[in-house]
Design a protein. Structure first.
Length: 319
């Protein structure tokens, strides 16, 4: 069955334009239809986005629309670096899958085996509960404001871990229900760090981005990191103009990834080496999760969509 995987990197925070981006097209008709969809962003005063379409494992369309930097009139191209938000989770999921493949951990492991500062709750939280969003842990973005953190302020993983270690309750007993929580994937990133001795930034580069030649994809865990060619963040004012919307959150695991349309197209092309990992997981009972009844909504999606299981580690990505 033929299928097309469409990756759109854009959003309310990313805009801009000058239509001089490189384009690979299957037909002139396809290009015209896509241009029409992005027409409203085709302006030098508007933030924009980038789109890549992979069909039958081949890149058939890639183009940038709008401005990546409104102050310097820099247009979006296929190589513009975007903040990927929750799409980051599938890469952490793949790193976890690789550690399972290598016998470094299992989905049934007690979270306290790797993060001993985990509070004693009414029931043990397993690694699989984090992966499949069934831990009952409260979302970090709900907890941070309660402790005095401003969500537009500087926050890192260490700040969240301190708050996590002081939690006294859960939203539900682990395994009983499903609820999207960013805390789960921040903790998975911490598990990766404690098992490998490397940050998730370095580990993902070693096992994913390096092998796939995704040279413009990386986690950012420091506010001081320079990111040449990135799309800046903006918010739209009531009069239609735009203002800067600086983003100082450098937590990683559940988020923190930067990438490009070019690199995401590479990720959507099946890789034999990764396929072996997926086959191993399937043989050991690791299933591709699906939201339960009434959970097929934005809270159960990463990047707005449940990922295609045939794509490289959409699997326990979870999302």
């Amino acid at each position: 069955m033929k299928r097309a995987i469409v990756f759109i990197l854009c959003g309310i925070f990313f805009y801009s334009f000058y239509s001089r981006a490189e384009t690979i097209i299957e037909t002139d008709s396809l290009a015209l239809k896509i241009d029409a969809v992005f027409k409203e962003w085709d302006a030098p005063h508007s933030p924009g986005g980038a789109i890549a379409i992979v069909k039958d494992s081949e890149l058939i369309f890639i183009k940038g629309y709008g401005c990546a930097d409104l102050e310097h009139s820099v247009g979006v191209t296929p190589s513009t670096k975007f903040y990927m938000a929750s799409i980051s989770k599938q890469f952490v999921g793949y790193c976890v899958a690789g550690l399972i493949h290598d016998g470094k951990l299992t989905l049934n492991d007690d979270l306290r085996k790797y993060i001993p500062e985990t509070p004693s709750f009414q029931r043990t939280i397993k690694v699989g509960d984090l992966v499949y969003q069934k831990s009952g842990l409260r979302d970090l973005y709900g907890l941070l404001p309660l402790t005095g953190f401003h969500l537009n302020g500087h926050v890192a993983n260490a700040d969240v871990l301190k708050i996590f270690s002081k939690q006294e309750g859960l939203n539900f007993l682990p395994g009983d229900e499903w609820e999207y929580s960013n805390t789960n994937y921040l903790l998975l990133a911490e598990i990766i760090k404690r098992i490998t001795g490397e940050s998730v930034k370095n580990w993902a580069e070693k096992v994913i981005f390096g092998p796939l030649n995704m040279k413009s994809t990386f986690f950012v865990d420091s506010i001081e990191t320079l990111i040449p060619g990135r799309a800046n963040s903006y918010h739209q004012n009531k009069d239609g103009s735009f203002s800067n919307d600086p983003f100082l959150d450098v937590t990683v695991g559940h988020t923190g990834l930067y990438s490009t349309a070019e690199d995401m197209a590479k990720w959507q092309t099946p890789q034999p080496r990764m396929g072996r990992t997926f086959a191993f997981l399937a043989a050991h009972g690791v299933q591709y999760p699906q939201p339960g009844p009434g959970q097929d909504n934005e809270r159960g999606r990463a990047g707005g969509k449940i990922h295609d299981p045939s794509a490289p580690f959409a699997g326990a990505a979870l999302l």
